[in-house]
Design a protein around this ligand. Structure first.
Ligand SMILES: [Zn+2]
Length: 137
């Protein structure tokens, strides 16, 4: 809401300035004020439409890139029957299986999820100094 008011404020300020310029040179204020307001609204509309089209284009590009990356997701796996190595596609939303190219047997891929502790970079110099001291001990 405040951004709309801000836009309107800027539009009218520009229109008043243009109107004032015309008022001092030709004595006419209302005509230039109205024309300048209308022209600005049209320009804003064209600009917003163009930006929307551009954003849409970027969104589509990002989506395509994401799908491309997702299709590349997979794991190097070892056949549970013969030990043959293979690259199997992995989709986390379904059960993953693949057929071994060597022994032709069906393998199921189990994905194990683990958690690890995080390490944080100390921000203050004191903490970094303390870290250095501990490392030397
Ligand atoms: Zn196999």
């Amino acid at each position: 809401m405040s951004s709309i008011l801000k836009s309107l404020g800027i539009t009218f300020t520009i229109s008043i300035s243009i109107g004032a310029l015309f008022y001092f040179s030709t004595g006419n204020f209302i005509g230039p004020f109205v024309i300048s307001s209308v022209v600005q609204f049209i320009l804003f509309f064209v600009w917003n439409s163009a930006m929307e089209i551009w954003r849409d284009h970027l969104r589509r590009q990002t989506d395509n890139e994401m799908y491309k990356q997702l299709s590349k997701m997979g794991l190097d796996v070892e056949c549970n029957y013969c030990g043959e190595l293979a690259f199997a596609p992995v989709d986390l939303s379904t059960e993953n299986r693949y057929k071994c190219t060597k022994c032709n047997k069906d393998n199921r891929i189990l994905i194990e999820v683990r958690t690890v502790q995080t390490t944080e970079i100390p921000e203050s110099l004191d903490a970094q100094q303390a870290l250095k001291n501990t490392a030397n001990e």
